[in-house]
Design a binder for this molecule. Structure first.
Ligand code: IMP
Ligand code: MG
Length: 178
């Protein structure tokens, strides 16, 4: 299935599942190297990062924990700019090394909001790991320590990412055909 249709849009394969999984493995190795002695707490951002977070966690072979938060700002294919935390942490993060797991950083507003919010709880550090980053779309300065792929400013679905609710189950990443 090279070309697919979701709602009103056509999409074509952009990054094949094999390439995604190879890169996820590399990211996991890099994170393990840095954090194996630290027992970090992963904080995965729902909904989009659920598949990435699961694959990433499978490659961690040292003691680590994961929690989920839900932050919402995106409607359709345009970021609304307003960010809201709609599901919070159930565990304190004071003095913990935290690694945020995100599917895609677009304007950067979501992660910037979440980072600042988590900082109030005084973790010992916060690192960011995002499968995808759109550097041309960034509206805030953001240090992303672990990036899977830097991509152009096109709308993507698959591997957890959705277009108005659909497409998260697709194994590859697909790009909208304009
Ligand atoms: P930001 O706040 O603009 O960085 O948006 C981040 C959130 O918007 C991500 O967590 C995604 O859920 C969503 N998002 C951004 N770009 C895309 C895309 O190309 N496809 C699907 N969702 C996206
Ligand atoms: Mg997301």
């Amino acid at each position: 299935m090279n070309q697919i249709q979701i709602h009103d849009k056509s999409f074509q394969i952009f990054i094949h599942e094999d390439r995604i999984l190879t890169r996820v493995n590399e990211l996991a190795k890099a994170i393990s190297k840095e954090f194996a002695q630290e027992q970090p707490l992963f904080i995965a951002v729902l909904n989009g990062s659920f598949i990435f977070a699961a694959d990433l966690m499978k490659h961690m072979d040292f003691p680590c924990e994961i929690q989920f938060v839900k932050v919402s700002s995106y409607h359709g294919t345009q970021s609304s700019g307003k960010v809201q935390q709609v599901l919070g942490l159930s565990q304190p993060i004071k003095n913990r090394k935290v690694i945020i797991i995100e599917d895609i950083i677009d304007s950067g507003l979501t992660i910037d909001f979440l980072r600042k919010d988590l900082l109030l709880q005084e973790p010992s550090s916060i690192s960011i790991c995002s499968l995808l980053v759109k550097p041309d779309a960034l509206k805030v300065k953001l240090d992303v320590q672990y990036t899977g792929f830097e991509v152009d400013n096109h709308f993507l679905v698959g591997y957890g990412l959705d277009y108005d609710g659909l497409g998260r189950n697709l194994r590859h990443l697909y790009q909208a055909i304009d």
